[in-house]
Design a binder for this molecule. Structure first.
Ligand SMILES: [Zn+2]
Ligand SMILES: [Zn+2]
Length: 283
């Protein structure tokens, strides 16, 4: 039977189910793999979001990955500096743009040192705001993304990129940086990508993942080649239940389609297994 991968999700042991419960439910529903991505310190009630809070959040996330692995599913452990944090730190915590940039650089350095120790497997989320914000904040976010891409090249690790969804422009603007830095393109994931971004990314050799909500699952399987992965982008926040999707519900929906459409077996295997193996370099 088809085994399902979740290419990007979060867990919150302070406010939500936590990784152990999520991994068990997901495995029961037919999951074999998850890329677990850390949340911002404030999501774990770590206030204010200083360097110390980020380090605590990263180490708490590493424990979450360990708990998820107890369910005997394959877990890739990812930590980053979300572009929305740039705005949050300026608007709510009074930091100046350059203070945010320096903080983010130090956070990314902490992540890199944990990658070298084998505690983390990649960087994410980093990227650009998907909503309107000021130019200086977008530029700060872009430089954080560039640092992550440079580290991806140096350490040969994946990066989950959170970006605006502007089709060819979004992909080309990343491609300029990745080409200049000599990055491994197959390691740079366009996360939460829409179909246009997925197609443009694939043309240039980049992987992408699409939100695993019923409407998009059906659309992607029907209209796209096996050039993407599915992600639940689950937030594990009881105040936002089921946002974006429950990983186990996503798995059930994909498996139901596999059962009803045996002709899609090979395509669904590529999406849920081959594409994951290629991005992470795992067996
Ligand atoms: Zn995101
Ligand atoms: Zn996410």
């Amino acid at each position: 039977m088809l085994q399902v991968a979740d290419a990007h999700l979060h867990s919150n042991p302070i406010r939500g189910f936590g990784a152990k419960v999520i991994a068990e439910k997901f495995k029961q529903a037919g999951g074999w793999f998850m890329a677990l991505v850390s949340l911002s310190p404030t999501a774990y009630n770590l206030e204010p979001p200083s360097l110390e809070s980020y380090i605590k959040a990263i180490d708490l996330h590493i424990l979450e990955c360990r708990r998820a692995r107890e369910s005997k599913i394959k877990v890739m452990c990812i930590s980053g500096f979300h572009p929305a944090d740039v705005d949050k730190l300026i608007d709510y915590y009074g930091l100046k743009p350059l203070e945010v940039l320096n903080l983010a650089y130090r956070v990314i350095d902490e992540i890199a040192s944990r990658v070298k120790k084998g505690l983390l497997d990649g960087i994410g989320e980093v990227g650009r705001q998907h909503y309107k914000t000021s130019s200086v904040r977008i530029l700060v976010s872009e430089y954080i993304l560039e640092k992550a891409i440079a580290l991806s090249r140096d350490l040969n690790i994946p990066v989950h990129m959170h970006l605006e969804q502007e089709g060819e422009a979004t992909v080309h603007l990343v491609d300029i940086v990745a080409s200049r830095l000599g990055a491994y393109k197959h390691k740079l994931l366009f996360h939460h990508a829409d179909p246009k971004v997925i197609v443009e990314a694939s043309k240039r050799g980049y992987p992408s993942s699409i939100a695993g909500i019923p409407k998009l699952i059906e659309y992607a399987i029907t209209n796209l080649n096996a050039i993407f992965m599915f992600e639940s982008d689950y937030l594990d926040d009881p105040k936002r239940p089921g946002v974006v999707a429950y990983p186990w519900v996503m798995a059930e929906n994909i498996i139901r389609i596999a059962r009803e459409h045996l002709e899609l077996e090979e395509k669904l295997y590529k999406i849920n297994v081959d594409n994951i193996i290629k991005l992470y370099g795992i067996e």
